[in-house]
Design a protein around this ligand. Sequence first.
Ligand code: SF4
Length: 285
Amino acid sequence: MLPSFLIKRIPKGENLKKIRKLLDPSIHTVCESAKCPNLGECFSKSTLTFMVLGNVCTRNCAFCGIEKGKPEEIDLDEPQKIANAAEALGLKFVVVTSVTRDDLEDGGANHFSKVIRALNDKGLQVEVLIPDFKGSHSSLDIVINANPRVINHNIETVPSLYSKIRPMADYQRSLKVLKYVKEREKNIYTKSGFMVGLGEREQEVFDVLKDLREVGTDFVTIGQYLPPSRNHLKPQRYVPPEEFDRYKEFGESLGIAKVFSGPFVRSSYQAEELIGVEVPRHQGT
Ligand code: SF4
């Protein structure tokens, strides 16, 4: 039985249908593919997160609802399709993510760059939620040089749970991705996010926030893990709102500009609200 703070009123579906009609059927959203609990709310506000590079991932994170297996051909028209869709939806701030494409030499960085440039050409601000590109600086440079407003890379969980939750990723590598972006380009906001309720201890959450602060992360999102289907990992527990408040307080006391922390918070939830948040200049980053 879900606790009351995890009961959510889902807005009626009219806008879902309208948005889906507006979107080219070949355009994917992570909202739909990952079965996000906020889909109804976000679509009712005409916000969504586009997912590029297909609908099949080369990795197998235990918490993720996205299909795993043989990835699809890259749709070379996708950058323009997404820019046109964003314009049609009247979006001013656009979030783009992708599956992880370890099968590609550049991990998909060039395709990300084309999507960012197509959106920038329409005068839209862009947040990209990127994979780790296996830590490749040349792939990260390709994305950085396309000048997105925010580069987001999720740390997803605490290091002690990586082998169970995120076996093909590496905690230190993900920290290095965030550090490299901030060192290479200070004017790009960096952001990261993770889930709780997977078996982590509170001290581990504080330690992750310290690590993210250490690498100059500007924004952090923390949300409750909720299984995308019955076949996925069960939550170890439902973290109460007051604990999310403690994480926010602690993270912001370290100097992280904004910590979005709550049961339904997700990586790109209310992403556009972060733009305009005063970001203190980091010493040495
Ligand atoms: S890398 Fe991303 S899309 Fe792939 S399984 Fe993990 S969370 Fe899902």
